[in-house]
Every structure is written in structure tokens, then in C-alpha cells.
Design a protein around this ligand. Structure first.
Ligand code: HEM
Ligand SMILES: [Ca+2]
Ligand SMILES: [Mn+2]
Length: 343
């Protein structure tokens, strides 16, 4: 089709007129899913869903003659009855069911919608990069196989191998993708404390996640003994075993630390890795780049810091070659991290 620049109905200028169909979808997302443009629970869950759909692809399984999954193909929603029963997908049925009526109201594939929703949602989070959006993915005709989505109790070996198989992601790209856990909370790791975030600022796309995961774990925010959870440094904060181990493994620790107080790298590295993830199973050159429909995210609202009561002395140094950056400590008494409110 002829590619031409266009001004869409709301005034958005797009390089490819085919992207104007997304404008009403974006408005619907902001008004009816993201509570008018917040970086809350539905944004967090929509971002998680982009990953759980896209990572459902395995050239290694395909090489054994079985269907390896189609990547970012909407299978997680189109075959919800199958894929949400996979253990790693616990809880994603909620956001699939919230997104479904929006998909039905618009002329867009489920595959494209899931990735669009993640990008638009993330752009509501102060400090986030403006993520790329592509359209033109065909929808899945089969579910992804089980065990393509990493679990928080998986070893670093197995996590790195899974990402490498899925899309040739390097260890550094895996670390970059985990920047997503800066706008995240867990409902199901410890079901007694739903909405427990992974850093103290789940509404900000900041570098606190990389700081706080490097602090010595001292407590469980709820009950102990949950699979995939290790001790965190703060009341109200939950630490995944996988995040803890990636922060401390010699293959990933220096990369992990490199994001501390480096908002520019956080944005550029996550944006690049997300772009790669969002087209898994597709040839990017066959898709239409509609990144110009993504709004400009608000500027970051926090500076890198240690939570009150904690300091460099509480860091478990794991990167052998570079010392941990010196950061200020928040003033005042030790605080507890508030849960992400359910919508
Ligand atoms: C080693 C890889 C990963 C593991 C083991 C992992 C594991 C988890 C777990 C266990 C949860 C909590 C779910 C719950 O209990 O509600 C979670 C939440 C989340 N994950 Fe990951 N994750 C990984 C990578 C990623 C990636 C690559 C992304 C996106 C690019 C992502 C985005 C999210 C988000 C946004 C949430 C928060 C959802 C919410 O607040 O409702 N994760 N992850
Ligand atoms: Ca954060
Ligand atoms: Mn949730």
C-alpha cells in the first residue's frame, strides 16, 4: 500500500496513514482501561501481558518437530482457556478479560492490540521511554506450548537460555527487559498480600527497582516460604528469587548495577529490548511502524535514592569491577511501601 503522511482526526500526525485507525483505540484504552491515563494496576498487567504473549515462541521446540508458538500473536487471549492454565500465567486472565471488550470494539488484531496496550500504558508512567508500536501481526491459530514463560524460581541458567531460544536475547537484553519490574506488583506470589510492588515506586518508571533489588534482604512482606520469593529490604515490598539472582550473578550483576541512577540508559535499553520482544514471531520489515501514536511520557518525578534508614552499607555488592554508586538516603523514619490499589 502507498505510504503517506497524514493528520489523524485528533490532530496526531503519522508517517503512515494506516496508523490513524489506532487513534480511537488509544483513546478507548486511556479512558476505559487506564482510568484516564494512570500508571496503575491495568498498565502493569497490560505490560506483563505483552511479555507473556510474545515470549511464547521456541525455535528449540520447533526443531523437534512440534509447534513452538507464534510469539506476539495474541494466542494468550485467543486461547485463554489453554494458556492461562499454564502455571507461569497465573493471574493474566484478569487483564485479558478487561481488554477483550476493547478489542471487540475496534478493527485490530488481538496480537497488535496486546502490544499496543502495553506501549500506551507504559507511556502513562513518569520516566518511561516512548515505546515503539507496530501493526500488521496476524493472529494465532494455535496456542503456544507450555513452559515458554520463565518462572521466578527458575535458575539464571534456565532464564538466560529461555530468552536466548525465544529471540536471541543477550544477558544484557534480559536485564534491560526486567526494567519492567519498576512498574509492577505481585498478586499471586504471596496471595495473602495482593498488589505488593517490586520497588517503592510502582507508579514511576525509575531506577529504584535496580537499587532496591541490590539491598540485603531482611524480611518477608507477608508470609514466608512462597515459591519464587526471597527476602526483601522493605516492609510492603516483594522480591522475586529470579530478580535477586539476576542482580547477583556474575553474568548479569554489572549490567544490573549499570541502570542505577541512569535514567537515560534505562529508557534506551528497555525501549530497544521491548522493540525486539514486541515483534517476536514476525518480520519487522513486514509490519507498519505506528510509533507516532504513542504519547510523550511524563518526565521522571524521583531521583535515585536509598529508602529511609538504608544506605550503601546495606548493598550486597555483586558487580566485581565497579563500585555501587553513592546515593542519598531519603530523610525521615523507615517507611513501608504501600500496595498498588486494585482497580
Ligand atoms: C525472568 C523473567 C521474568 C520472571 C521470572 C517474571 C516473573 C514475574 C512474576 C512472578 C510476577 C508477579 C505476578 C503476580 O503474582 O501477580 C511478575 C509481574 C510482572 N512482570 Fe515479570 N517476570 C519476568 C520478566 C518480565 C518481563 C520481560 C516483563 C515485561 C517486559 C515483565 C513484566 C511484568 C510486570 C509489568 C509485572 C507486574 C504485573 C502487575 O503489577 O499486575 N516481566 N513477573
Ligand atoms: Ca519504580
Ligand atoms: Mn496485578
Amino acid at each position: 500500500a502507498l505510504i503517506r503522511r497524514a493528520t489523524c482526526s485528533d490532530g496526531t500526525v503519522v508517517a503512515n496513514s494506516a496508523c490513524c485507525v489506532l487513534i480511537p483505540v488509544v483513546q478507548d484504552l486511556q479512558t476505559n482501561l487506564f482510568d484516564g491515563g494512570e500508571c496503575g494496576e491495568e498498565v502493569h498487567e497490560s505490560l506483563r501481558l505483552t511479555f507473556h504473549d510474545a515470549i511464547g515462541i521456541s525455535p528449540a521446540i520447533a526443531a523437534r518437530g512440534q509447534f513452538g508458538g507464534g510469539g506476539a500473536d495474541g494466542s494468550i487471549a485467543l486461547f485463554e482457556d489453554i494458556e492461562t492454565n499454564f502455571h507461569a500465567n497465573l493471574g493474566v486472565d484478569e487483564i485479558i478479560d478487561e481488554q477483550r471488550p476493547l478489542i471487540q470494539r475496534h478493527n485490530i488484531t488481538t496480537a497488535d492490540f496486546i502490544q499496543l496496550a502495553g506501549a500506551i500504558g507504559v507511556a502513562n508512567c513518569p520516566g518511561a521511554p516512548q515505546l515503539d508500536v507496530f501493526i500488521g501481526r496476524a493472529d494465532a491459530t494455535q496456542p503456544a506450548p507450555d513452559l515458554t514463560v520463565p518462572e521466578p524460581f527458575d535458575t539464571v541458567d534456565s532464564i538466560l537460555a529461555r530468552f536466548s531460544d525465544a529471540g536471541g536475547f543477550s544477558a544484557a537484553e534480559v536485564v534491560a527487559l526486567l526494567a519492567s519490574h519498576t512498574v509492577a506488583a505481585a498478586d499471586h506470589v504471596d496471595p495473602s498480600i495482593p498488589g505488593t510492588p517490586f520497588d517503592s515506586t510502582p507508579e514511576l518508571f525509575d531506577t529504584q527497582f535496580f537499587i532496591e533489588t541490590q539491598l540485603r534482604g531482611t524480611l518477608f512482606p507477608g508470609t514466608g516460604g512462597n515459591q519464587g520469593e526471597v527476602e526483601s529490604p522493605l516492609h510492603g515490598e516483594l522480591r522475586l528469587q529470579s530478580d535477586s539472582e539476576l542482580a547477583r550473578d556474575s553474568r548479569t550483576a554489572c549490567e544490573w548495577q549499570s541502570f542505577v541512577n541512569n535514567q537515560a540508559k534505562l529508557q534506551s535499553a528497555f525501549k530497544a529490548a521491548f522493540r525486539k520482544m514486541t515483534v517476536l514471531g514476525h518480520d519487522e520489515t513486514q509490519l507498519i511502524d505506528c510509533s507516532d501514536v504513542v504519547q510523550t511520557p511524563p518526565a521522571p518525578a524521583s531521583n535515585a535514592h536509598f529508602p529511609a534508614g538504608l544506605s550503601n552499607a546495606d548493598i550486597e555488592q555483586a558487580c566485581a569491577s565497579t563500585p555501587f554508586p553513592t546515593l542519598p538516603t531519603d530523610p525521615g523514619p523507615v517507611t513501608s511501601v504501600a500496595p498498588v490499589p486494585p482497580s
